[in-house]
Design a protein around this ligand. Sequence first.
Ligand SMILES: Nc1ncnc2c1ncn2[C@@H]1O[C@H](COP(=O)(O)OP(=O)(O)O)[C@@H](O)[C@H]1O
Ligand SMILES: [Mg+2]
Length: 317
Amino acid sequence: MSNLDKNPVQSPAAAVTHPLVKGTVEPGCAKVDPIVIADHVTRQFGGLKAVDVDHLEIPRGQITALIGPNGAGKTTMFNLLTGFDKPNTGTWEFDGKSLAGVPAFKVARSGMVRTFQLTKSLGRLSVLQNMLLGATGQRGEGLFSSLVKPLWRRQEEENTVRADELLARFKLDAKREDYAASLSGGQRKLLEMARALMSKPELIMLDEPMAGVNPALTQSLLGHIKNLKADGTSVLFVEHDMHMVMHISDWVIVMAEGRVVAEGPPETVMKDPAVIDAYLGAHHDTDLGDLMDDGPNPVEVALEAERKAHDAHSEEK
Ligand SMILES: Nc1ncnc2c1ncn2[C@@H]1O[C@H](COP(=O)(O)OP(=O)(O)O)[C@@H](O)[C@H]1O
Ligand SMILES: [Mg+2]
């Protein structure tokens, strides 16, 4: 009998593996095909370490949820990776290229775009003008070509065609000429997502895409996110709605107090004691299952409606 057999703690059978992961599933684990790799990223605000991520990898071509309690550092991490904020320490690469210290507009041009927790659409511009602004991150478009009028005009025509396609896809085409300020909160979220897609990103990072969106739009937002993956885009999103996380994510990364405390597939990560700890803090007697059963579930309602609509449509034929 070998030593290994006598000591179950060391048994390799205890190690959890997953097709997306190289080696063992654990916080900060390496991925088989990562699109983002970050190392030793820290961001301090006064005495508070808002982000303290030793190692993080985002899988390519998947929908990854970044979850964690308020103040965990999720938005700060987004800001750092996309060049909207500068870290105290750290390096990271996107698609094999180092992006540390690269300003936001260049990050977007390299294929990584993000949306904001609070939407940043410009109210005094039309919906179409907001879309065209999103195209400035387009790869291959230089400052000089935008100054040379014939080239610029051709580029603008192409951008307008793409903008109209996206507005139709997000059912905002009727609002094309309206001021962005006239849109509902949910429509503004859709506009922001559509605008982010103008630059044909490899990775789209959505900060709380569902927040403030009324249930009528929940379903289409879900569908849009699933379509992004189907089109080959990698998605990283921050979301508080656990039902949405459970339903659409392939992988879940959990942050608390600036660190990655857990990660895994959605069906197992919710049972992780580190996750329950992070969410519940002092309320250890509460079951996370109770939280997740709290109130009606807009995602399940939306998915059920989608399924029924699909069935009804099939029956008509
Ligand atoms: N610009 C800032 N100045 C000072 N503190 C900040 C700033 N931005 C974020 N923080 C703090 O950093 C922590 C992480 O915030 P944030 O990244 O927004 O968390 P999350 O998005 O997970 O809710 C919080 O304690 C927050 O108050
Ligand atoms: Mg946030």
